[in-house]
Design a protein around this ligand. Structure first.
Ligand code: HEC
Ligand code: HEC
Length: 209
């Protein structure tokens, strides 16, 4: 009896241990997202509570790949990517904070892009002719070789689908003038081949995705 009782307890203990071990990765991720949510309260003023910024100077972070988000935070912190607003925002963050923030924003659902109007913003309506021209340019330059179909992004290559067009235009111009240089040359090489007209068209196309 004693032996049988012990056996049952051991099996129960082993089963519990197994379920804890199996549960671990998921729990660690959830903890990251929850830690990130708390840390993100400070960022919400500019990027929105869920990473969907209402003000169009600030990029949408919701649904961005976590790897890209983390790398950008790291680049702002090291000074490789420069921004008067982001440099002070990342100064107090540890590596763990940045990983948690990246996990939080990656887990949020992106909303539609907006365009500035007065003090605020309104939903952006892409121009159909510009969308067609932008799509053609994108196919010509093979943007989606890196950004994947419909610009969904992968790992260190960002999602650009549904991004605010004003932000997209500024980034493409910043790569072109080499004001933004934290891309190891990939985007500066691409942007050099784009005219202002191409950039506007691409921004309309990307906002339509
Ligand atoms: C005062 C406004 C402001 C605050 C506060 C702020 N940001 Fe930003 N953020 C910006 C602006 C403006 C940019 C675009 C800067 C640029 O052109 O490089 C940006 C860019 C970013 C990017 C790069 C996005 C991309 O698509 O490349 C990330 C990631 C980011 N912010 C995360 C954060 C996090 C996390 C916090 C809080 C710790 C934060 N931001 C706080 C204004 C802000
Ligand atoms: C060779 C691969 C590659 C190609 C081709 C490419 N991209 Fe990129 N793109 C990247 C990478 C990698 C980054 C992130 C670089 C960084 O960290 O600054 C990026 C960043 C961007 C950004 C900035 C996003 C943000 O949130 O700040 C935009 C916009 C963009 N790409 C649009 C395009 C468009 C439009 C095309 C085609 C005309 C294109 N890319 C072609 C690899 C590529």
């Amino acid at each position: 009896m004693i032996v049988r009782g012990y056996g049952a307890a051991a099996i129960l203990a082993a089963a519990l241990l197994a379920s804890v071990l199996v549960g671990l990765p998921g729990r660690a991720e959830e903890t990251d997202v929850e830690t990130g949510r708390k840390k993100a309260q400070y960022c919400a003023g500019c990027h929105g509570a869920d990473g969907n910024s209402e003000l169009t100077d600030y990029p949408i972070l919701a649904g961005q790949t976590s790897r890209y988000l983390y790398l950008q935070l790291k680049d702002y912190k090291s000074g490789l990517r420069k921004s008067d607003m982001m440099t002070p925002a990342v100064a107090p963050l540890s590596k763990e904070d940045m990983l948690a923030l990246a996990a939080f924003y990656a887990a949020q659902r992106p909303k539609r892009p907006r365009i500035a109007k007065g003090e605020g913003s309104i939903p952006f309506q892409p121009d159909p002719d510009r969308v067609t021209a932008g799509k053609k340019k994108s196919a010509e330059v093979l943007c989606t070789m890196c950004h994947l179909g419909e610009f969904a992004g992968q790992n260190e290559v960002p999602r650009v689908a549904g991004q605010h067009p004003e932000y997209v235009v500024r980034q493409l111009k910043d790569y072109r003038t080499r004001t933004r240089t934290n891309d190891a040359g990939t985007m500066t090489a691409v942007a050099r081949t784009l005219s202002d007209e191409d950039i506007d068209n691409l921004a309309h196309y990307l906002a339509s995705l």
